[in-house]
Design a protein around this ligand. Structure first.
Ligand code: KIV
Ligand code: NA
Length: 266
């Protein structure tokens, strides 16, 4: 057996098998997702939000992400683990991207890296692939560029924007990317790109015709409070589960119901 390989993902596309990806940032969730058979786990820079509590992905650093990558890799045996290169760690030139990606593989132990950007990142993608590092690209809404993009909004709407997005998709595929995330892209554009490319497309807010779908686990399991993006489906309300359990613990302690004899040493 061993871990899923990038070639398995290409094979799945050829066989029209749709697969899923989830984010993971810790050993417990990683172990569960791996047990269920989620083939690809992303240690996203969304850890900025979901682990460190920032309001954007911009502040998170390589040094903060690497221990999370290690945790996810260490808790899994089957999933392909992808480490997300954070803002500022790869944009300058292909050499910077390689230095950072090498740290992700050597220190984090992941099997691939992800970076944001289309045609403008083709030199970085080609450099990493040339060095033997599989790259997942990410186009459409790219959260690290939110200030340039004018906030959290659908990308590739309208004829010009759609053809620019298709060009970006082709550029990352031609540069050697192993797969490409399409974030907040009109469903028809994502469908067109999915049909054009030989590599898998992984949608988030990109309609039903992508080769794969990704969600942030705290969003799909209801750990995050507040208004969720339209593209999230909530499969559980962990926030409520935890709140109820913690209330019970606090009450038990207050009333002396915990610890009981079986929790105590004689
Ligand atoms: O960081 C992240 O969670 C991501 C996914 C949403 C694709 O980039
Ligand atoms: Na990300």
């Amino acid at each position: 057996s061993g871990r899923i390989r990038t070639r398995d993902l290409l094979l799945a596309k050829q066989q029209k098998q749709t697969w899923s990806m989830l984010t993971s940032y810790d050993c417990y969730t990683a172990e569960i997702f791996d047990r269920v058979g989620v083939p690809v786990l992303l240690v996203g820079d969304s850890a900025a939000n979901t682990v460190f509590g920032h309001s954007s992905t911009i502040p998170v650093t390589v040094d903060e992400l690497l221990p999370l990558v290690r945790a996810v890799v260490g808790a899994t045996s089957r999933a392909l683990v992808v480490g997300d290169l954070p803002f500022g760690s790869y944009e300058r030139d292909p050499g910077q991207a390689l230095t950072t990606a090498v740290r992700f593989l050597k220190e984090g132990g992941c099997q691939a890296v992800k970076l944001e950007g289309g045609a403008r990142m083709a030199p970085q993608i080609a450099k990493l692939v040339d060095a033997g590092i599989p790259v997942m690209a990410h186009i459409g809404f790219t959260p690290q560029s939110e200030h340039q993009l004018g906030g959290f909004r659908v990308q590739g709407r309208g004829e010009d924007a759609a053809s620019a997005l298709v060009a970006d998709a082709r550029a990352v595929a031609d540069a050697g990317a192993t797969a490409v995330v399409l974030e907040m892209v009109p469903a028809d554009v994502a469908k067109e790109i999915t049909g054009l490319l030989d590599i898998p497309t992984i949608g988030i807010g990109a309609g039903p015709d992508c080769d794969a779908q990704v969600l942030v686990w705290q969003d799909m399991l209801g750990l995050r409070r507040g208004r969720l993006p339209r593209f999230v489906k909530q499969y559980a309300q962990l926030d409520a589960v935890i709140e109820t359990a913690v209330r019970e613990f606090v009450q038990d302690v207050r009333h002396g119901a915990f610890p009981a004899a079986e929790h105590s040493f004689g």
